[in-house]
Write a protein that binds this ligand. Structure first.
Ligand code: HEM
Length: 142
């Protein structure tokens, strides 16, 4: 329990935030493609995707907390380290985009980011399916 909320409830909120991030990115891509003017489309795409990044960053706070607890309890599955490494790279690259580092904002880097994000997301969904409802030693000691 964290402030009266069960860990499984927070887990579901965190998953909801990541799914919202994914949907926002899809929306941002559609906005770019549907926009009449290229300049306007790029601006809209940037704003929408920054919102998606913020939603994902909120969920990251929980994931860091949960990761640390799993490591301390020696209950971390090996996929967590792979997921975390991919996640940190994804985060670093997307931060460069949000911080408007134009030299990094290439189509090639955006495609790389899509692959990284989707791989990290899939690993996260797999972990969710393993951890949801299953009480880890860290949770049992609460
Ligand atoms: C863009 C980056 C990331 C994405 C898209 C992502 C996605 C997800 C998703 C969808 C879940 C399942 C829902 C949940 O339980 O929260 C998850 C779980 C988790 N992620 Fe991430 N993640 C990212 C970055 C990270 C990073 C950087 C770390 C650690 C350093 C991390 C550690 C974890 C842990 C420990 C869990 C299991 C949490 C739990 O259910 O108790 N993730 N991630």
């Amino acid at each position: 329990m964290v402030m009266g909320v069960s860990i499984n409830q927070i887990r579901k909120i965190s998953l909801g935030l990541q799914v919202s991030t994914l949907l926002t990115y899809m929306f941002g891509f559609t906005a770019l493609k549907l926009s009449g003017s290229k300049k306007e489309g790029i601006q809209r795409h940037g704003k929408i995707n920054t919102l998606g990044y913020t939603l994902g960053a909120l969920s990251l706070l929980y994931m860091m907390y949960s990761g640390l607890r799993l490591i301390i309890a020696r209950a971390a599955p090996s996929i967590m380290y792979i997921h975390g490494t991919f996640g940190l790279i994804t985060l670093a690259l997307s931060s460069l985009f949000v911080a408007n580092r134009w030299s990094w904002k290439t189509i090639k880097n955006m495609r790389t980011l899509v692959v990284l994000f989707l791989s990290t997301f899939s690993g996260g969904v797999y972990m969710f399916s393993r951890l949801y409802k299953q009480r880890t030693p860290a949770e049992k000691s609460e």
